[in-house]
Design a protein around this ligand. Structure first.
Ligand SMILES: Cc1cc2nc3c(=O)[nH]c(=O)nc-3n(C[C@H](O)[C@H](O)[C@H](O)COP(=O)(O)O)c2cc1C
Length: 325
């Protein structure tokens, strides 16, 4: 059975993590991934401390396994950090801090109450900063991923981060959609993988049926790295671009970002309406390039089990057969 250092660190059976995708994660997704032996992470960006407590209780009602809670540090105030710590997950998952953020103080508060810290980085310096601030593990997230990402590809980034923060364990994210992705990440020196897009196409995911279908329909070539969603929301992310499906909304505004800046309020209202109705064409549909590998809506537990079984098969049979032809 495949076991890596993060299995012991996190107290899980399999080195497969659910990305803490803000409102795109639910207690059902988190519990489903954790019950299958992975680590479910609930996205808590923009969640009140009361909601954090309620959601953590819901997860605990469905699972007695370890789980994490995620904060986007550039928009997390002290109340949000306290809210997550009070909800007492096993792991505090963090991402996208401004350079002036005091990571050491935040990570130290988590450690004081026995919570492990996992920070996501899209550059080597950010990974080093996380480790110097006390992170227990680092997620190296490449540009292939859905949601907010940097510009480095997963393959070089993971390898560089592994070398830069050794012996702190690294998890690969961005572009991992199946067992082959897990096997590849292990070959790069990572101790596991974190997936976002693959888990969006599951019954437990809160996406509308039309949005799930849009992911299934995607061939993976139709995503774009763009600032359009952030111009619409008016949020300034530290060094991130958004990877979304190149749908009608993105096509309409591609190359017209200047105009979008002064029509932001009007467009934001239309996007909010499209979001309400689950319209995949006119809302922001964050998806990564692995959409091209996703052909079914599967329960999150099956996704975890399939990834691990396929990776084990590759490592046990395919790779050794190349060594002893
Ligand atoms: C819809 C969506 C929302 C996301 N929101 C967050 C978030 O709030 N916090 C975070 O740390 N990562 C977030 N991410 C990034 C994921 O955690 C993960 O790094 C990424 O999805 C991995 O790439 P993949 O989509 O190829 O699996 C989000 C990703 C997606 C697709």
């Amino acid at each position: 059975m495949l076991r890596t250092r993060i299995c012991d660190l996190l107290g899980v059976e399999h080195p497969v993590l659910l990305g803490g995708m803000s409102t795109h994660t639910t207690p059902e997704m988190v519990a489903g991934v954790s019950n299958a032996g992975g680590l479910g992470i609930l996205g808590c960006a923009a969640m009140s401390p009361e909601s954090m407590a309620r959601n953590a209780a819901e997860i605990r009602a469905m699972s007695d396994r370890p789980f994490g809670m995620n904060l986007l540090l550039f928009m997390a105030n002290d109340e949000a950090v306290s809210g997550v710590l009070a909800a007492s997950p096993d792991v505090l998952s963090t991402a996208w801090a401004f350079p002036q953020a005091d990571l050491k103080a935040i990570f130290g508060r988590a450690h004081e109450v026995g919570i492990k810290v996992c920070h996501m980085a899209s550059t080597v310096p950010e990974a080093q900063r996380a480790v110097e601030s006390g992170a227990d593990m680092v997620v190296a997230q490449g540009t292939e991923g859905g949601g907010h990402v940097g510009v480095m590809g997963t393959m070089p980034l993971v390898r560089m981060v592994v070398k830069a923060v050794d012996p702190v364990p690294v998890v690969a994210a961005g572009g991992v959609g199946d067992g082959a992705g897990l096997a590849a990440a292990l070959a790069l020196g990572a101790e596991g993988v974190l997936l976002g897009t693959r888990f969006l196409a599951s019954p437990e995911s809160p996406l509308s049926a039309d949005k799930k279908q849009a992911i299934l329909d995607s061939d993976g070539h139709d995503t774009a790295l763009t600032e359009i969603p952030d111009l619409i929301s008016g949020r300034v992310w530290p060094g991130a671009y958004a990877r979304t499906k190149r749908n009608r909304l993105i096509e309409d505004w591609w190359g017209r970002e200047g105009e979008l800046r002064y029509r932001r309020t009007e467009v934001a209202a239309l996007v909010a309406e499209a979001h309400q109705t689950g319209d995949p064409d006119n809302s922001v549909l964050y998806t990564g390039q692995t959409a091209g590998l996703i052909n079914d809506v599967r329960p999150v537990g099956d996704i975890v089990r399939d990834i691990v079984a396929d990776a084990e098969d590759i490592l046990k049979n395919r790779i050794p057969s190349m060594l002893n032809p």
